[in-house]
Design a protein around this ligand. Structure first.
Ligand SMILES: NC(=O)c1ccc[n+]([C@@H]2O[C@H](COP(=O)([O-])OP(=O)(O)OC[C@H]3O[C@@H](n4cnc5c(N)ncnc54)[C@H](O)[C@@H]3O)[C@@H](O)[C@H]2O)c1
Length: 357
């Protein structure tokens, strides 16, 4: 088992990473002072796979457990879904001290986090991520949110969990596409800040795909640690945290123009390649490094080429992206593998050129 301490003053907490950790949840909650009631929020697939195991473990530690189920899908990150959960929490007499456990992928983590941040002005949140995307990225950093109209992930809060438990055994039931999707953000963490970790991923990709426990534990640990270190320096996303958006200016546009047919990690993977090529055209990133990135992304089972989407719509979608600064598109671009820079100086014609190439 590995542990990452996220140091955020009075909001500091631990991330536990390892196989079989679901079975230790009750003991971990007691360690940080919880007793009595807990609420688990999950979706039907995750509930059928892990709901009972978790419930039994908590019950045997003496907790009274309520499991709430939210249907699957991005559309559940909504005020309606949150409203329904508030009712259910009230019916259970959940109190300000009742911890809420988010058991599932990034959708459950974001929605549950939003509910925990707002119900009774904030109740304790525990993240139990079960996808690679959630373990390596979305459960870390405290961004919790729902969508509203055109505002994707924009109604929310910075709300840190009291504890995160990443049981890597749960990754074994993911489909190959879900596993690949989660790898994108992990590759991104290596690409932006840790060239040595990027090399580790290159060397161990086959073991990742064959779900080797030790390698999965290592990649979730190193990815979580990289993200935690960025968040520690810029919890509220006012500066440094921007670097986590590498691949996202183009990626978000692909995700939204494809109407979510291209998944988040897949879109970020294509975005990382497009943005690496922009850096290459600017004379900064070497061709060899663009190829290394593309090769790793391809070996991870992720797409490397833009799907056929209307160019004009993609560019419009990029302009709606949150990184617009005084009408200029903001890009996080790689300088080398393991280092990035932020620029507002990419001309629209260069973006178009790289997108159509
Ligand atoms: N808060 C953040 O910082 C942040 C960062 C990146 C992404 N996100 C959000 O994360 C969401 C995407 O998360 P996701 O990719 O985890 O998708 P998801 O939560 O929709 O999960 C994908 C699917 O996998 C299933 N699943 C989950 N765990 C499983 C398991 N162990 N075995 C089998 N199936 C399992 C779920 O039931 C679901 O059908 C998006 O809403 C995105 O906006 C948030």
């Amino acid at each position: 088992m590995k542990k990452v301490r996220v140091r955020l003053g009075s909001n500091s907490y631990n991330i536990h990473i390892g196989p079989g950790l679901l079975m230790q949840t009750g003991a971990r909650l007691e360690e940080i002072g919880f007793s009595d009631k807990v609420v688990i929020i999950t979706d039907p697939t995750v509930k059928s796979l892990y709901g009972n195991t978790l419930k039994q473990n908590l019950t045997s530690s003496g907790f009274k457990v309520l499991i709430l189920e939210v249907p699957e899908g991005e559309e559940q990150k909504s005020l309606e879904a949150a409203g329904k959960l508030y009712h259910e929490l009230t019916d259970f007499y959940a109190e300000r001290t009742t911890p809420i456990l988010a058991l599932g992928g990034g959708v459950i983590g974001d929605l549950t986090g939003f509910v925990a941040a707002t119900y009774m002005r904030g109740v304790p949140l525990v993240q139990i991520p079960t996808t690679l995307l959630a373990q390596g990225d979305s459960s870390i950093g405290g961004k919790v949110a729902i969508n509203h109209g055109l505002l994707k992930n924009k109604i929310g809060a910075f709300y840190q969990p009291r504890l995160t438990i990443s049981d890597i055994s749960t990754l074994k039931t993911l489909s190959p596409r879900e596993l690949s999707d989660g790898l994108a953000e992990i590759i991104k963490h290596g690409a932006i800040l840790d060239g040595e970790f990027f090399s580790y991923l290159e060397e161990n990709l086959d073991q990742i795909k064959s779900l080797d426990d030790q390698v999965l534990e290592t990649i979730v640990f190193r990815s979580a640690k990289i993200k935690a270190e960025v968040v520690e320096k810029d919890e509220l996303d006012l500066g440094l945290r921007n670097i986590l958006n590498y691949g996202h200016t183009v990626g978000h546009a692909i995700e939204s123009v494809s109407e979510l047919k291209v998944w988040h990690g897949e879109a970020v993977a294509i975005g990382m390649i497009v943005e690496a090529r922009i850096s290459n055209k600017l004379g900064i990133l070497g061709k060899n490094e663009v190829n290394r990135l593309k090769d790793l992304i391809a070996r991870a089972g992720l797409p490397t080429e833009l799907p056929s989407l209307e160019l004009e719509k993609l560019i419009q979608a990029m302009k709606h992206d949150k990184k617009i600064l005084q009408d200029k598109l903001r890009f996080v671009l790689p300088k080398s593998i393991g280092e990035v820079f932020i620029t507002d100086e990419v001309s629209p014609s260069l973006i178009e050129q790289v997108l159509v190439e």
